[in-house]
Design a protein around this ligand. Sequence first.
Ligand code: SAJ
Length: 429
Amino acid sequence: MQVNVIGLGYIGLPTAAVLAEHGIDVRGVDINAAVIATLNRSGIPINEPGLRDSVRTQMTEGRLRFSAVPDYADAYIIAVQTPVGPDRSPDLSYVHAAVDSIIPYLREGNLVVVESTIPPGTVNRHIVPQLKQTGLDIGRQLFVAYSPERVYPGNVWSELVGNDRIIGGVNEESAREAAKLYGRFVKGSIHLTDSATAEMVKLMENTSRDVNIAFANEMARISESAGINVWEAIRLANTHPRVRILQPGPGVGGHCIAVDPWFIVDSAHGDAPLTLLARTINDHTPARIVRMIESLVAGIDTPVLTLLGLAYKGNSDDTRGSPSVAILQALLSKGYAVNVFDPYTGNAYGNKSSVYEAAERSDCLILLTDHAVFRELDYTRIAAGMNTRQFLDTRNALDPADLEIHGFACYRIGTPGINRTRSREADDH
Ligand code: SAJ
């Protein structure tokens, strides 16, 4: 069996590799020449545990090849990006370009599966008409399905195989054909439905997480003035058998949870008040953190700030849509001196290579990303170089007692301490 995977990003590349691991002859296709050149030199443009070894092995064994153009195959998987535009409406141009690129190669009996996140109804309303250019009878001579990716960045390798799969066909035969392909490697259950339902399922999954996090962020804000520790309250609430509240933080980043709810808002022509409010709460959270930081250093002349973490979530090197970046940019635009340290994200945003350098003469450390390594830093040495020993934890990542022994004044979002500081600073000014 031969499969072309169109789009070699965070989803396409692991999917191509896992298909090859299961004996399929795979051509990975990307219009970005730099991605193809990197892969053909045995480089990997994405950092995901387990991916590099698998790609290299499959290339060596001849089951995985990369090219800028598609070829004849039995099945085509489309896994290109679907960003939102400046007006928050979905940009489907990459999906349409990918479909256009395979049209010349499609033959009777082929299967086309879209994995990119798309608004409900897109396959039926836009992709099927586009595929009709082939002259093939859709659903009989050319099988078409939608199957959303659901893998968790950082754990892609095991979730790609272990997670349940939703497969929505334009008709039952298309869903069954797609299930045969995914059945080659998926160990979870495969659930068949129609394409519009499968498109909606993907959006609902990520939107439910966004709404839940917005609720946690709201509870954090309320707890601060109510004199309650939100982390403890959420932990206890979650001992209820039917409650699962997520964690507050500095905001919601990445390219999925912060983006997909906009597809629902767009599909509902704006009439999705809960979804929209959750997005608004989460999008305003970085600004709330900036106000907290400002209050912590309000009494200090020309304060120096140190941000710990640029990635959008812990143990990741991905800064796309990261609340840390929004917070950094807001602080810089207000004229603060800001140093940043993230051991994973490279040189961008003035990232320092050493935490000691980043914390030198600092007046406040602000932990924004819950990288596990931040728990193991030498806080004695960090504290020694600082001007004012203050620590703001936006992730409840560290035990305040462990920092207080080094002389830090500790603040956590969602706890009364941060609020007391704010009122005191307000009184002082
Ligand atoms: N976050 C919180 N509190 C939490 C959990 C997350 O503030 O309790 C923040 C994170 O720090 C991050 C953002 O939310 O900034 C998003 O992170 P995430 O861990 O929720 O998810 P992603 O974006 O890395 O991956 C999600 C996953 N979706 C769900 O769990 C429903 C993944 O399974 C999807 O495949 C992926 O989106 C995607 O590609 O759509």
